[in-house]
Design a protein around this ligand. Structure first.
Ligand code: ATP
Ligand code: MG
Length: 333
């Protein structure tokens, strides 16, 4: 294990010193139904607003664990926007490229869990400030000092974000930066057209891919875990961190090395944000020079700690908090 880690240690990810990890995408508030059940067709007790949006959760965990971090996003001139900006700033995220829309409200997601863990949503993203993400002076200045771009599949749903991602990728690559991709995109959204092509282009250029479960095969276009991993490395992917929910995770390297990490044993209170916290921790720590096995342990802890707390990013942990969590928590056998 030690040898394998040592071989892998110099990842293709640009070091933290080159500049912050940048993510582009939706900032939302989440408002949750207290009682589990189906939908929102009667008056309910609700709790929230909680700061949310997959890119916001990712970048918050990235900063909390000690990585340099920044987000390009758009919120409304309202408290839902302010609660997000305050949280991200407090946790160390560079918020200079969060635009404030003068007329549209901050995006929102109402969520209600059913008894079986599935969820019902009422979203307002497409007609919220999140849909106004676009190039600004602040975002272009940020790309010019960034060291890494993290792309999330959810961003494909927002018009104009693809163009911005391309611009960011060009600028950041030109200064020696790297790219990671979390393909958290529903299969039905992928289709066969332009979205499919863009998705494939991102897979091809990823220094690090962070799929969850079946997304591995969707990204590879090949069934079977080993086959999918081989196909992705043949296409030039640098490193793969595969998330397995309550069963932990695995890192695969192009040289054939495989590192498995069992999950931490926690009572799942709120699964939202596990994958984003996992990604934020893993990307930050790899960029800070940690070996894959070590970064993976922290990333598993970040995911597990977050599912044990209600609220999408309420369980994101600092490095010290995650170390305490690792020391105190059993692994799933
Ligand atoms: P999301 O469900 O937020 O979309 P994801 O599907 O991308 O996330 P998961 O695999 O669900 O990602 O979670 C990421 C990591 O968090 C897992 O690899 C695991 O380490 C940890 N994790 C998630 N759920 C649990 C759980 N119930 N118990 C322990 N650890 C968990
Ligand atoms: Mg999951």
């Amino acid at each position: 294990m030690a040898d394998a880690s040592a071989r892998l240690t110099p990842s293709r990810l640009a070091p933290d010193g080159l500049g912050p990890t940048v993510v582009i995408g939706e900032i939302l508030v989440e408002i949750m139904a207290v009682e589990p059940g189906f939908g929102f067709l009667e008056p309910l007790h609700l709790v929230g607003p909680y700061p949310s949006g997959a890119p916001a959760i990712f970048i918050d965990q990235c900063a909390r664990i000690g990585g340099r971090a920044a987000i390009v996003a758009c919120v409304g001139d309202d408290d839902f926007g302010r609660i997000n900006i305050r949280r991200l700033r407090k946790d160390g995220v560079d918020v200079s490229a969060i635009a404030v829309s003068p007329c549209l409200p901050t995006g929102s997601a109402f969520v209600r869990y059913r008894g079986d863990g599935t969820r019902d949503f009422v979203y307002n993203i497409a007609t919220s400030a999140a849909a106004e993400i676009g190039p600004t002076e602040a975002s272009l200045a940020l790309f010019a000092r960034a060291g890494h771009l993290h792309v999330m599949g959810t961003a494909f749903a927002i018009p104009g974000v693809w163009e911005l991602i391309q611009q960011a990728m060009e600028t950041i690559r030109a200064r020696g930066g790297s790219v990671s991709f979390d393909p958290n995109l529903r299969k039905e959204l992928l289709g066969q057209g332009q979205t499919h092509q863009r998705f494939q282009a991102l897979v091809d250029s990823a220094d690090l891919l962070l799929p969850s479960g079946g997304e591995l095969s969707v990204a590879a276009g090949v069934d079977g875990e080993a086959e999918a991993v081989a196909a992705l490395f043949a296409r030039g992917v640098g490193e793969i961190a595969l998330k397995r929910g309550g069963r932990g995770s695995t890192v695969f390297a192009a040289d054939g090395t495989r590192i498995d990490c069992p999950a931490f044993a926690v009572a799942e209170v709120d699964p939202t944000g596990a994958g984003d916290c996992f990604g934020g921790a893993y990307v930050a720590l790899r960029r800070l020079g940690l070996a894959p096995a070590e970064a993976l342990t922290y990333a598993n802890a970040a995911g597990a700690r977050n599912v044990a707390v209600r609220g999408p990013m309420e369980g994101a942990g600092s490095r010290a908090e995650l170390e305490a969590f690792i020391a105190a928590t059993d692994r799933v056998a």
